[in-house]
Design a binder for this molecule. Structure first.
Ligand code: ADP
Ligand code: 2DT
Ligand code: MG
Length: 210
């Protein structure tokens, strides 16, 4: 690396089922690293406002159309993600492509399998590390009652959980026990993040591959 070059930032993803603690841990990690927090879906954009209407059941949409909007919501952020990384800023993401795949595939519609769902993600910046906060649906549901949003139903969440585990069988994810205390999980995650930052500083950002 040229002495004048800044080491690039790391792209760190927290994934898991609803109530596993992603948003809690993403905020703590972003603060600890002085990084940028990026939630998906990003409900602040115009695509995001359509997604918000869909999730809050104020509109209906074709399953493939909404899947592609969730993906488009990542594509519209992709240049900014790459720019932050190039400027040396770490980006901590609360959900990403894998939530997209696990949730749509849980609809169990013909043809909406994991492979179809992954295709629009190909070419997006690939996370340098995926930290999966693992908790059973039974334990996650005890944390607080499910709300009113579209996917917040027990049987649906069980299928999402299974899909995440199918996806991770082919990827090298860090599985973290999400039933531990908020502080313990934060310590574990911060160590994984610190190791990742050192590992990728001089490596290019990869793309999600087919
Ligand atoms: P997610 O973003 O994955 O849906 P949240 O971070 O919003 O999860 O956490 C869901 C609920 O569980 C919140 O009330 C939060 O305070 C609580 N919570 C988060 N982490 C833990 C933990 N490790 N142990 C117990 N409760 C937790
Ligand atoms: P939260 O904002 O509470 O995380 O809930 N989802 C998310 C999808 O169906 N596809 C996607 O691509 C993404 C990123 C998961 C967001 C809800 O939207 C679902 C729960
Ligand atoms: Mg959350």
């Amino acid at each position: 690396m040229d002495a004048t070059m800044v080491p690039r930032g790391a792209l760190i993803l927290l994934e898991g089922v609803d109530r596993c603690g992603k948003s809690t841990q993403a905020k703590l990690l972003a603060n600890a690293l002085g990084g940028v927090l990026q939630n998906f879906p990003d409900r602040t954009t115009s695509i995001g406002s359509t997604i918000n209407a869909y999730l809050s059941n104020t509109c209906e949409m074709n399953d493939r159309a909404i899947h592609l909007l969730f993906s488009a919501n990542r594509w519209e952020a992709a240049d900014r993600l790459r720019e932050n990384l190039a400027q040396g800023r770490h980006v901590i993401m609360d959900r990403y492509s894998y939530s997209g795949v696990a949730f749509t595939a849980a609809k169990n519609q013909p043809g909406l399998n994991l492979e179809w769902c992954m295709q629009p993600e190909v070419g997006l910046p690939k996370p340098d590390v995926v930290i999966f906060l693992n908790i059973s649906i039974e334990d996650a549901a005890k944390r607080s009652a499910y709300g009113e949003e579209r996917y917040e139903k027990r049987e649906f969440q069980e299928r999402v959980y299974e899909n995440f585990h199918r996806i991770m069988a082919t990827e090298k994810w860090h599985l973290v026990d999400a039933t531990k205390s908020i502080e313990e999980i934060h310590t574990t995650i911060k160590q994984i993040a610190t190791d990742t930052i050192a590992r990728v500083a001089t490596l290019p950002v990869e793309d999600i591959a087919a």
